[in-house]
Write a protein that binds this ligand. Structure first.
Ligand code: TYD
Length: 196
C-alpha cells in the first residue's frame, strides 16, 4: 500500500526577502488544485503559540531549536500526514540550519539529524531560496523588528543559506528583482516540474 505524501515546495530566505509575498501569489495561482499554504513556525494552534513566544522573546538557541522542532512535528502530524496534494511551505528545515546553526552556532550536523528525525519521509521536493543583501531586506521591513532581525546576524544566516543551496540544489533567486520577475521565475520552474 502506498503511503500518501504531499509534494512539498519550500520558500526560504532571510526576513524581508519577499518570500511570503511570492508564496501567496503562487498559492492563488494553484488554488484550483489540492493545495495547502503553511508556514513555520506556526500553521497549527500550538505552532502559532510557539511562534508568538519565539518572535517576542530572546530565548537561548537550544530552546528555540526545540520549540521550532515541536512546531514542525506537530504541523507534519496535523497537515502533511495522509495528504497527497501540494504543500507550499513558508520556511522549513533549512531555516533551522541557517538561523539556529549558522546564525546562533548550534552544531550543524546535530541540527541535520534532528531535522531528519522530525520530518521523516516529509522531505522537500523543491526549494526556492530568496537571496538578498540583509541591508536591502531589512529596509523592506517597514515595521518594528523582531529578535532575529539585525544585519550582522542576517549576514551569517544568508551565508548559511547559500552553503545549503549548493549542498541541496536549491533554486536561488535574486530577491532584489521586481515582484513580477520573481513570480515569472518561480512559475517557469514549477512548469518544468509539471506543477502547472
Ligand atoms: P517569518 O517566517 O520571517 O515571518 P514574518 O514575516 O512574520 O517575520 O518569521 C519567523 C522567524 O522565525 C524568522 O525570523 C526566522 C525564525 N525561524 C528560525 O529562527 N528558525 C526556524 O527554523 C524557523 C522556521 C524560523
Amino acid at each position: 500500500m502506498d503511503i500518501k505524501k504531499p509534494y512539498i515546495i519550500v520558500f526560504e530566505g532571510i526576513d524581508g526577502s519577499g518570500k511570503s509575498t511570492q508564496i501567496n501569489i503562487v498559492y492563488e495561482l494553484l488554488k484550483e488544485k489540492n493545495v495547502k499554504l503553511l508556514r513555520e513556525p506556526g500553521s497549527t494552534e500550538i505552532g502559532d503559540r510557539l511562534r508568538d513566544i519565539l518572535k517576542s522573546q530572546k530565548l537561548d538557541p537550544k530552546t528555540q531549536t526545540f520549540l521550532i522542532e515541536a512546531s514542525r512535528t506537530h504541523m507534519i502530524e496535523k497537515h502533511l500526514k495522509g495528504f497527497d496534494g501540494i504543500v507550499l511551505l513558508d520556511r522549513y528545515i533549512y531555516s533551522t540550519i541557517a538561523y539556529q546553526g549558522y546564525g546562533f552556532g548550534i552544531d550543524i550536523n546535530f541540527l541535520k539529524a534532528l531535522n531528519d528525525f522530525a520530518v521523516d519521509i516529509y522531505k522537500p521536493d523543491i526549494v526556492f531560496l530568496f537571496d538578498i543583501e540583509p541591508r536591502a531586506a531589512l529596509a523592506r521591513l517597514n515595521r518594528e523588528k523582531d529578535v532575529f532581525e539585525n544585519i550582522e546576524f542576517l549576514e551569517k544566516v544568508r551565508e548559511g543559506y547559500l552553503a545549503l543551496a549548493r549542498e541541496y540544489n536549491f533554486y536561488i533567486l535574486d530577491a532584489s528583482k521586481t515582484k513580477d520577475e520573481i513570480t515569472d521565475f518561480i512559475t517557469s520552474i514549477l512548469r518544468q516540474h509539471r506543477i502547472f
